[in-house]
Design a protein around this ligand. Structure first.
Ligand code: TRP
Ligand code: ZN
Length: 473
């Protein structure tokens, strides 16, 4: 009969095999005696632009958010149920949350000690739950909170977070606004599934990501339950509350298209569902399968926000979008939402490709060759303010080089590959390799070189990372 421990001991690497097991056993004993062997999870994941965004020591797998929104859309009373897997033995961990009042916190059903400093919520669970806070253990945190969620002003002066609108509110979160309406691990590197339940006064709608699971009216209030099955970065989560007209259509392939349109812009938005179907079909030809189980849009009024955002499944538009903007935000469903930046330094992978998608669309539909869009971008001084891969600071993340220069990098790759079938094959391969995941600039450059068989050092050094405008060859 084989004796596993004796067999292991015979192996030359037996110490390496046994040591972790012995340590785990000791840790188990210590925890059993009431001691906790864990260490606190980090307060941030060292993003180059937002070092305190996100938290270390765990991965969220699911957010269950229940939001009760009052008639003015000014106040929330809410519960967040956060299911996470520990990536280290944890004695304490952080959640990001800005503003709002924390009413109670439990971890694994037992009250946890809470302290707050800035946007960091530190949770110190009861010792009895230590077993679940070991590496790979899954644990559930419930945060009850309430208050008036704030609007945050970004480094570049734009507003995000909880934005009040004419008859409600919309929550937008790029790059760091989602922490104003729910506690969590608010870094793009930690994607999760979501169930978002929003209760609003009867007569209002609440629209969010994913698909509508149920809608119930009771005692003058309606609860909308939205479910996002595919992983989502928290900056892409949204809730829009207001008197929207919500329509559900399907594309020719049967993909649900859910649009919510503010009646004030109904006329100019009438064609949006059909155009979404058209753009998604075109995107599938260029980029491969649409990554989510539904599409759509939220169309608010001009002034509801200062920009459009690629919120997952359902981009938000402050007013009826023109086709270029619609193409841009829908392209983000592949570039950004499905394949999400590892850190905010990789944002050019979102914006460069979404901009390039606009160029491709114009070539296919408006007779504007991509070469001409490239020439225009090249001639525009604004695109050369800094390297696409190195915005100087958080105020620069949405500036022209991230968009226009990013798109030029994509086009330069296409020129080097010099074969459209091969080039689009690489793009589709990239999207499929990282579907529903995260990827960095280094992942991208390595992938393109590997798949093309080309050494593109020169291209990266000049077009992507270089300080000045390279000559066109
Ligand atoms: N990422 C958005 C897009 O390209 C735009 C955006 C979001 C933005 N937040 C911003 C632009 C802040 C300027 C400032 O569709
Ligand atoms: Zn964009």
């Amino acid at each position: 009969m084989d004796h596993p421990t004796a067999a292991a001991a015979r192996r030359t690497a037996h110490a390496a095999v046994l040591l972790p097991a012995v340590l785990a056993l000791l840790a188990g004993c210590a925890a059993g005696l009431g001691g906790s062997m864990g260490t606190p999870g980090a307060a941030g994941v060292r993003d180059p632009y937002f070092p305190r965004l996100g938290n270390g020591g765990y991965d969220v797998t699911h957010y269950g958010l229940t939001l009760d929104v009052d008639a003015t859309a000014e106040r929330l009373s809410a519960t967040a149920v956060i299911t996470a897997r520990a990536t280290q033995d944890l004695s304490a961990f952080h959640l990001d949350l800005a503003g709002l009042e924390v009413r109670s916190v439990t971890v694994e059903g037992r009250p946890a000690a809470v302290s707050r400093a800035g946007s960091e919520l530190t949770l110190r669970p009861d010792r009895a739950v230590a077993d679940h806070l070991r590496t790979s253990g899954t644990f559930r945190t419930v945060v009850r909170y309430a208050g008036s969620p704030r609007t945050v002003t970004d480094a570049d002066g734009s507003e995000e977070g909880w934005l009040r609108t004419a008859d409600g509110a919309v929550a937008l979160g790029e790059p760091a606004g989602s922490l104003t309406w729910f506690p969590g691990n608010h870094h793009p590197g930690d994607k999760a599934a979501y169930d978002i339940r929003v209760t609003v006064p009867e007569g209002r709608s609440a629209v969010s990501n994913g698909e509508l699971v149920s809608r119930r009216t009771d005692g003058g209030h309606t609860t909308f339950h939205w479910r996002t099955r595919e992983p989502m970065a928290s900056y892409l989560a949204t809730v829009a509350v207001g008197r929207y007209t919500v329509r559900r259509t399907v594309t020719q392939d049967g993909l649900p298209v859910i649009t919510a349109v503010d009646p004030a812009v109904a006329g100019a938005s009438a064609g949006v569902p059909a155009r979404i179907a058209e753009v998604v079909a075109w995107g599938e030809e260029r980029f491969g399968p649409y990554p989510f189980s539904s599409a759509g849009a939220v169309v608010g009024r001009r002034g509801d926000a200062g920009y459009a955002l690629e919120t997952q499944n359902r981009p938000f538009f402050p007013g009826p979008p023109d086709t270029g903007l619609l193409v841009h935000e829908l392209a983000h469903q592949w570039f950004g939402d499905s394949v999400t930046p590892e850190s905010w330094r990789d944002m050019w992978l979102n914006e460069g490709f979404a901009t390039y998608a606009e160029w491709l669309w114009s070539e296919d539909h408006d007779g504007v060759p991509v070469a001409e869009s490239f020439r225009k971008a090249y001639a525009d001084e604004a695109n050369w303010a800094f390297p696409a891969s190195r915005p100087p600071g958080p105020a620069d993340l949405s500036r022209p080089p991230v968009y226009g220069r990013g798109a030029m990098v994509v086009h330069r790759i296409r020129q080097e590959v010099d074969d459209d079938e091969a080039f689009f094959g690489i793009v589709r391969g990239w999207l499929s390799a990282h579907r529903h995941g995260n990827a960095s600039t280094a992942d991208f450059t390595a992938y393109v070189e590997e798949e093309s068989g080309l050494d593109l050092t020169e291209l990266w050094d000049t077009w992507l990372d270089g300080g000045s405008r390279p000559p066109v060859g």
